[in-house]
Design a protein around this ligand. Structure first.
Ligand SMILES: Nc1ncnc2c1ncn2[C@@H]1O[C@H](COP(=O)(O)OP(=O)(O)O)[C@@H](O)[C@H]1O
Ligand SMILES: [Mg+2]
Length: 316
């Protein structure tokens, strides 16, 4: 279970006059995501969705509040004094820029993250991309469940031998429909295929949680629907195997959010805070035209319309 408690994130930015200014990206967000559910974070651009997702992943520290996964703290808030901050950074030095792409080696948890821009390495073939993620995972479970950075991680998880790594990589590429493209480079793949590669890589490490930031925003509408269905199929397979993956998905597409999710969390336009939480109880498999789903979509669109009207009133 993911529990976010009173998460806030402030940035200091330089305004057009060259003066430092505070910016509230996320304000007091509390959210619980039960195991095995799909939850969408929906909101207009710039409302703090990506920031919140990165805090969930432990890629950014919250200014205030705490994220717990299965009761364990993900990252503590950044301390106030410079001296404490140096000690804090030293403690969390395992968060490298590289981790952005294939983030799995979380010290305590099993999280994979998929970024909007795919974040696959262009100089590696599809197969090499997945193999790389699995090697990182191995590096994280060196020395009897203690990661290379000295943080306890992957307790109970077994390291894979090189042969197993390749087998597993090919298995997940096959699941994502990329078996015949295993030796192609990302530049030789279409946008949809690249996104499927990112999905195969995330699934290959067999995480408990997948965090996705606008995963299908960059592909055309038809491909997007196909990818959504493939995601649901893969998710249902993990449920069939008895350990459904928990998915938190950021999107600004109302239809996508309602079609995929067990719950839609609507963010208010900046500073990001929760505006509404809307459960979607329709049984799966769902039809996109299901009257219940369409009604929920309309409700959400009405919320957005209301916010836009409010803004218009202010500007008069
Ligand atoms: N590292 C940063 N420094 C300063 N401001 C930032 C930083 N990251 C994000 N922001 C600001 O925080 C707000 C929320 O950004 P973001 O989380 O990317 O929104 P969204 O993903 O909903 O489009 C924006 O106003 C953005 O400019
Ligand atoms: Mg974003």
């Amino acid at each position: 279970m993911i529990e976010a408690k009173s998460i806030s994130k402030f940035f200091s930015v330089v305004n057009e006059k060259g003066l430092a200014e505070g910016l509230t990206a996320v304000l007091n967000v509390s959210l619980t995501v039960p195991d095995g559910k799909i939850v969408s974070l929906l909101g207009p651009s710039g409302c703090g969705k990506s920031t919140f997702l990165e805090i969930l992943a432990g890629l950014q520290a919250p200014t205030d509040g705490a994220i717990r996964i299965d009761g364990k703290l993900v990252l503590e808030p950044l301390p106030a004094t410079r001296k404490e901050q140096i000690a804090y950074r030293r403690r969390y030095r395992f968060i490298s820029p590289l981790a952005n792409g294939v983030f799995r080696d979380h010290p305590k948890h099993d999280i994979a993250m998929i970024f909007q821009d795919y974040a696959v390495f262009p100089w590696m073939t599809a197969l090499q991309n997945v193999v790389f993620a699995l090697k990182l995972r191995n590096a994280g479970i060196k020395r009897g469940g203690v990661s290379a950075a000295g943080c306890p991680g992957h307790q109970g998880a077994a390291r894979l031998k090189s042969r197993e790594i390749e087998e597993r990589a090919l298995y997940y590429l096959g699941k994502a429909g990329l078996a015949v493209s295993a030796h192609k480079y990302p530049s030789q793949l279409s946008g949809g295929m690249r996104q499927r590669l990112a999905l195969a890589r995330a699934l290959s490490v067999e995480p408990k949680i997948i965090l996705m930031d606008e995963p299908f925003a960059a592909v055309d509408a038809l491909t997007r629907e196909k990818l959504q269905d493939e995601l649901l199929r893969l998710w249902q397979e993990t449920a069939g195997a008895g350990s459904p993956i928990t998915i938190v998905l950021v999107t600004h597409d109302v239809q996508e959010a309602v079609y995929l999710s067990d719950e839609v969390v609507v963010f208010s336009p900046g500073p990001g805070s929760i505006r509404n939480r809307i459960p979607v109880t329709a049984k799966r498999p769902r039809a996109r035209t299901d009257a219940g789903l369409v009604e929920i979509q309309e409700r959400i669109l009405a919320i957005f319309q209301y916010d836009i009207n409010q803004e218009a009133d202010y500007s008069i």
